[in-house]
Design a protein around this ligand. Structure first.
Ligand code: F6P
Length: 328
């Protein structure tokens, strides 16, 4: 087993609340165990451009409550090329860094796996950090809880005005190909309908459902649309529904990037700390090309390869069924 001396940490892809608590845990666990820790700015871009700095326990003081990532992040196309990877490797060698913690989503892990397969003398450990909650191997990803809370707070406010005007709101939420935020938020806010990429809803059925709601004297209606839903986008759906439904004035809100910001929830602070701590411990045990995750409230280690190929992240069937029934 190689002895790690110098550990690099980076955040990559879309930022997610909870990344900062995770960075803090990586830095302090590493230093506690006698490692030198280097912060890499802007994800893989910082590796290629040699944009890194030495960290100490004080570099991560008072960041538990901060959204975003103090290391900054980027979606880095050059890292997908052989030249980009080679430049990154040479910079790591030059600095004597022989282990990496990469915090991000599936794009980040795809890059990490290719890199770790090519350069086997660098140990790589992944931490699932994305609001989308779409990684196999961890029931929760960093940022999902905070983002869902942000969405719930926003939709509660929209419900107030929807009710005051007897309006129907279509609200688009993030998640890329995952309906995880939409489903949770829908349950929390009593949405009349939730359109998910994982479960096709025909527009005719949606219209029928909304008409039934009006017959049952619902004064307002909220339809949450996951951005990955296959019905052609929230404006298109709203237009089709408005053609058939005249009793409601229809409005559209796209919550957008506000879902990514904000102070991490207590859950994401604990999760980030736990996963960061576990990632360094796994590296110290000699593990590589793995991802630390949470399953049944225990830390579980999954091969990155498995996490990526089993990509299919399943939404809870009971939540989907229940959401429909509770919205009658
Ligand atoms: O993966 C996180 C996420 O916020 C997705 O939910 C969304 O589709 C995407 O990133 C937006 O990416 P960008 O910030 O690059 O526009």
């Amino acid at each position: 087993m190689q002895k790690i001396l110098k550990l690099g940490v980076l955040t990559s892809g879309g930022d997610a609340p909870g990344m900062n608590p995770c960075i803090r845990a990586v830095v302090r666990t590493g230093i506690y165990n006698g490692l030198e820790v280097v912060g890499i700015r802007k994800g893989y871009q910082g590796l290629i451009e040699d944009d890194m700095y030495d960290m100490n326990p004080r570099s991560v003081s008072n960041i538990l409550n901060l959204g975003g990532t103090i290391l900054k992040t980027a979606r880095c196309l050059p890292f997908r090329t052989d030249e980009g990877m080679e430049a990154a490797y040479q910079n790591l060698k030059k600095r004597g860094i022989n282990a990496l913690v990469v915090i991000g989503g599936d794009g980040t892990f795809t890059g990490a796996l290719r890199f770790a397969k090519k350069y086997t003398d660098i140990q790589v450990m992944g931490v699932p950090g994305t609001i989308d909650n779409d990684l196999y191997g961890s029931t929760y990803t960093l940022g999902f809880d905070t983002a869902t809370n942000t969405v719930v707070e926003a939709i509660d406010k929209i419900r107030d005005t929807a009710d005051a005007h007897d309006r129907l709101f279509f609200i688009e939420v993030m998640g890329r190909d995952s309906g995880a935020i939409a489903l949770r938020a829908g349950v929390c806010c009593g949405a009349e309908a939730i359109l998910l990429p994982e479960k096709a809803t025909a527009i005719d059925d949606l219209i029928e459902n909304l008409k039934n709601g009006q017959d049952k004297k619902k004064s307002s209606s909220i339809v949450i649309v996951a951005e990955g839903d296959k019905n052609g986008g929230v404006y298109d759906i709203a237009r089709k529904v408005q053609q058939e439904i005249k009793f409601y004035d229809i409005k559209v809100t796209i919550l957008g990037h506000l879902q990514r910001g904000g102070s991490p929830s207590a859950f994401d602070r604990v999760l980030g700390s736990r996963l960061g701590y576990a990632a360094v411990k796994a590296l110290l045990r000699g593990e590589s090309r793995k991802m630390v995750g949470l399953q049944a409230n225990y830390i579980k280690i999954t091969d990155i390869e498995e996490a990526l190929t089993q990509h299919e992240f399943k939404l809870e069937e009971d939540l989907m069924e229940m959401a429909d029934i509770l919205a009658i």
